[in-house]
Design a protein around this ligand. Structure first.
Ligand code: GLN
Length: 471
């Protein structure tokens, strides 16, 4: 049977046409066939088989107790704690670390009868845009294995695109869900800041980090969101969001976009052309498109990287080989040397670079010039974007500035940071955003576009993108 949505799986499980054990076995077979993509760092094979047997028994004897996500097989990014399972943020620093408790999202998924198939590869501590900084090696694109998968949730995007699970749970600090989803032709959604608890998510930039999902379409994303969103006593930044919106409630939209951004020569020609054609399509469908001035656009990337690195340098200071993380086996004279050696051995070069940048912008004499300034600019960006979204339904943006490159091809870190210019806005402002494929490019990943809405309008955003996806 061709599995495309949770609704189909649940109907087939209830009618007896499919058993959970057969469903899980077919996903596990797919994991084995596609192992060379390196999407997973661990597959919970025995465990998910037991979960499937338990589900089959529940379907037989206890149908009325079934959770809303029964039959949903999900992958989780290697930065989400799952009690008694390894979790490493794909870093040598945490190699062998066993989570002492489960993330709230993991608990909510299991309570809703979802089944977790494994943990997916990602950039080390989620720092990167191509999933090439992982301690476990790069993830290969689902569309062309010679190309990068995108990052940092590259493993998650590829796990879904290759059909090894229904939904991937990832995290997005500056585009890590939307960009790999786009590179692999999937839908990638990041939540409003705080709407999904971060308890049990390994921190990168705490004021930017959010959880989100990658799936072939928005319908299943909405279902998962309904189960996992909302306040959590373990995360004081967590909030409730309004309920699901019906697709039928979406009529004509007032869509803001920036022709300056879409026509920027920095954007690959195919992406510019695709964006132009998509705008024509939206207008033809009756939507009003308003060309707006994103006046702080030049500051998105510098502001993001100053703040993300500053927060990372603070969050990652806990990995000292004493309280947490890899401990150097070399002879040392004192605890300081132990910390230096442990950190030097445990962290990869991208992470070290960010820790140094972050420490620099937070240090005396530079704090006011960089960190404080970036905070102030962030406020200006947020106020401007909020104003824009108060008078428009959605903001339409590209997702990426380039098409997926060959593995190892992107060597210039500045180019890599600049490629995040379209995704970091939503994180700086804490807004919900989604990327979805709109335009096929011969022999390559389809072109995706991105929509951003006002804070807490996640369900509205999902309904809008579902309506626009079918254009
Ligand atoms: N590419 C961005 C970075 O490296 C975003 C990563 C993310 O969202 N985790 O910071």
């Amino acid at each position: 049977m061709q599995i495309t949505s949770l609704a189909q799986i649940q109907a087939a499980l209830l009618s007896g046409e499919l058993t959970a054990i057969d469903l899980v076995s077919s996903y596990l077979d797919r994991c084995a066939e596609t192992k060379s993509h390196n999407a997973y760092v661990e597959i919970f094979e025995e465990e998910i088989k037991i979960a499937a047997q338990t589900l089959d028994e529940k379907i037989k004897n206890n149908k009325d107790k079934l959770g809303p996500l029964f039959g949903a097989v999900v992958s989780i990014k290697d930065n989400l704690c799952y009690k008694d399972h390894l979790v490493t943020a794909s870093s040598k620093m945490l190699d062998g670390f066993v989570a002492p408790y489960s993330a709230t999202i993991v608990e909510r998924l299991i309570e809703a009868d979802a089944m977790i198939i494994g943990r997916t590869n990602c950039d080390e501590f989620c720092m990167g845009s191509y999933n090439e900084t992982s301690y476990y090696g790069p993830v290969k694109s689902a569309i062309d294995p010679t190309k990068v998968s995108g990052g940092s949730s590259g493993g998650g995007a590829v796990s879904v695109a290759l059909g090894t699970c229904l939904v991937a749970i990832g995290s997005d600090t500056g585009g890590s869900i939307r960009q790999p989803a786009a590179y692999n032709g999937m839908v990638g959604y990041k939540a409003t800041y705080g709407s999904i608890s971060r308890w049990g998510l390994i921190a990168y930039g705490s004021s930017l980090d959010v959880i989100g999902f990658i799936a072939p379409h928005t319908e299943d994303i909405t279902k998962v969101l309904t189960v996992v969103a909302g306040r959590d006593e373990y995360d004081s930044t967590s909030i409730d969001i309004p309920n699901a919106v019906q697709k039928e409630e979406i009529t004509t939209l007032k869509i803001a976009y920036s022709s300056k951004v879409m026509n920027d020569p920095e954007l690959k020609a195919e992406l510019r052309q695709g964006a132009r054609e998509y705008i024509v399509k939206l207008k033809a469908a009756g939507h009003e498109l308003v060309d707006v001035d994103l006046k702080y656009e030049d500051y998105y990337v510098p502001t993001y990287y100053i703040l993300a690195c500053a927060e990372a340098s603070s969050n990652l200071s806990r990995y000292d080989g004493i309280r947490y993380g890899h401990r150097s086996a070399e002879d040392v004279d004192d605890y300081k040397e132990l910390i230096w050696k442990s950190r030097a051995e445990g962290f990869g070069s991208e992470v070290k670079k960010r820790i140094m940048l972050g420490t620099y912008v937070l240090s005396q004499g530079y704090y006011e010039a960089y960190f404080l300034k970036a905070q102030q600019v962030r406020t200006l960006i947020k106020e401007h974007t909020d104003e824009l979204l108060a008078s428009h339904d959605v903001l339409l943006m590209p997702v990426t500035t380039s098409l997926p490159k060959a593995i190892g091809e992107q060597k210039d870190p500045i180019q890599s940071y600049l490629s995040d210019r379209c995704t970091v806005l939503a994180n700086l402002c804490g807004l919900p955003a989604i990327s979805y494929p709109v335009y096929n490019i011969e022999g390559a990943a389809p072109l995706s576009m991105q929509l951003i809405t006002a804070s807490k309008q996640d369900n509205y955003l999902l309904a809008v993108s579902q309506a626009l996806l079918s254009l």
